[in-house]
Design a protein around this ligand. Structure first.
Ligand code: FE2
Ligand code: FE2
Length: 490
């Protein structure tokens, strides 16, 4: 037994059994735990002189009760919320719309759906109202417009780019000449499986591109002035991980319940009508090799029970809960909502609305598109000069491509549904993502694009890749402007 641990207890005239010793030694901050335990025993169990694991459990239970008491809703907040209306509507949820069993015909249907939806959006551009079918481009045409899905992108040794595209009638090779610098530059963000419009000419073999267009978005009506309340966005809580920052999360809930922060922060809390959670609520199990070494709670049911205990203190605002790649639902996107199978207590909590990933909700006239963000990994892999910290740039690309996960068959598993639910059919007021554990917020053509960071401190994996998470910094959309609250400090 390590001497300093024993000595500290001896000084307080306490002994330790072997199991309690092992547990204390395994705690990352055991000095703090020792002081807390000694204090607890002096105040609560002063007839004890041997510390067992049961003593530690008793202390932890009391701590939980103490924290719970300090978190429960402030009466003033309760009063405000009891008079508040919190209407909402789920506009897109794919949970019960999954039909695929992996048949190859389903894959064709899936790609056809993607093509048709995106073609329709591109055709809102008058220039592409009338288009040429790719099968007709094997002759000379001086002026053509085609719409195709990208199969392949290659650079020739002379510095031209060849983009292979496909429509339901056939394929075509689009060439961007090396002297068209603007087009060469803008084509650097093209990716496989996205749908583009090309205008140019063909000599029967190659389509020479003069212009390439994306489905794109129009400047969006600004909702900011119509918003007379606040929405809180979080994601990547990773409950169950050793790195889950429970203290900060408790402070966050305490704030939401009107019991933390200065007057201004408390006023902000009283203005909140909705909480949106964008996936990775728990750390899950078996998500990556050797994950169990990083887990404090090794059982998936217990992870969700713990999540329910923590979220259970938020009682009277709607919580919109969408899953991520660490959650216990189908990994292939679109991911159905969490169910009672793993998350019974959460499903039974009446202010929680379980939705799919992605999903779209209308929160008192603010349309929020929720997407966890797994496809960011593929975008970062596919494009030069993009890192995981560039979420604002990536979200802008996704809005222009009108697709949340354009690249098929890489790290983001996509289910070949009959309909492609990852197409951004309608422009949202807010695009909320997570997954990369780094906050960001910008506006693009009137759309708030925000990534909500994490409540997980830096993991071993992130240390290796020098990824610095923004832990416990929570974005709040307040009357159309973004505020970032920091819960890392007492
Ligand atoms: Fe995450
Ligand atoms: Fe994730």
């Amino acid at each position: 037994m390590s001497n300093d641990i024993i000595k500290k207890f001896q000084k307080a005239q306490l002994l330790l059994n072997n199991n309690a010793y092992a547990e204390i030694k395994g705690n990352s901050d055991y000095d703090y735990l020792i002081n807390e335990l000694i204090e607890y025993i002096e105040e609560n169990e002063n007839d004890q002189y041997i510390i067992t694991t049961q003593t530690i459990r008793n202390y932890q239970e009391q701590e939980k009760r103490r924290i719970h008491e300090s978190i429960i809703e402030n009466p003033k907040t309760r009063e405000i919320r009891s008079k508040q209306e919190t209407p909402y509507e789920v506009i897109l949820d794919v949970t019960n719309k999954s039909y695929t069993d992996g048949d190859i015909n389903d894959l064709n249907k899936y790609f056809n759906s993607r093509y048709d939806k995106l073609k329709k959006i591109i055709q809102e551009n008058p220039e592409f109202k009338k288009i040429n079918e790719l099968k007709t481009t094997k002759t000379n045409i001086d002026n053509l417009q085609v719409i195709g899905m990208i199969n392949n992108i290659n650079n020739t040794k002379n510095g031209h780019r060849i983009i292979e595209i496909e429509d339901p009638t056939g394929t075509g090779s689009v060439i961007i000449l090396n002297d068209n610098e603007d087009l060469i530059n803008s084509s650097q963000t093209l990716v496989k499986d996205e749908v583009i419009g090309v205008s140019g000419s063909t000599n029967g073999t190659l389509i020479r591109a003069d212009e390439i267009v994306h489905p794109g978005i129009q400047r969006h009506k600004i909702i900011d002035k119509d918003m007379n309340f606040s929405i809180v966005f979080i994601s990547d809580v990773h409950i169950g991980s050793k790195q889950f920052d429970e203290d900060s999360f408790n402070r966050f809930i305490k704030w939401l319940n009107g019991n933390y922060g200065n007057q201004e922060q408390q006023d902000l809390a009283n203005d909140v009508k909705y909480l949106v959670i964008g996936g990775d609520l728990v750390d899950g199990i078996g998500i990556y090799p050797n994950q169990e070494k990083e887990l404090k709670i090794k059982d998936i049911y217990e992870q969700y029970a713990e999540a329910a205990r923590l979220l259970g203190d938020i009682t009277d605002i709607p919580i919109i809960l969408s899953p991520g790649n660490h959650d216990a639902t189908r990994l292939a996107e679109p991911q159905p909502a969490l169910t009672e199978k793993y998350a019974k207590d959460l499903c039974n909590q009446k202010n929680i609305e379980m939705v799919s990933n992605p999903s779209v909700v209308n929160l008192d006239n603010i349309k929020v598109q929720i997407y966890h963000g797994r496809s960011f990994d593929d975008i970062v892999m596919a494009l030069n000069n993009y890192t995981h910290a560039d979420t604002d740039k990536i979200m802008q690309l996704l809005l222009e491509k009108r697709h949340l996960a354009p690249i098929y068959g890489e790290r983001t598993p996509l289910a070949s549904e009959f309909e492609d639910y990852l197409v951004i059919d309608d422009i949202p007021d807010v695009l909320h993502t997570g997954h990369v554990h780094i906050n960001s917020h910008t506006k693009y053509k009137g759309v708030h694009m925000l990534n909500s960071g994490t409540f997980q401190k830096q993991t071993e994996f992130q240390k290796i890749y020098n990824i610095v998470p923004t832990c416990a910094q929570v974005p709040v959309l307040n009357h159309g402007t973004l505020q970032l609250l920091d819960f890392t400090k007492e």
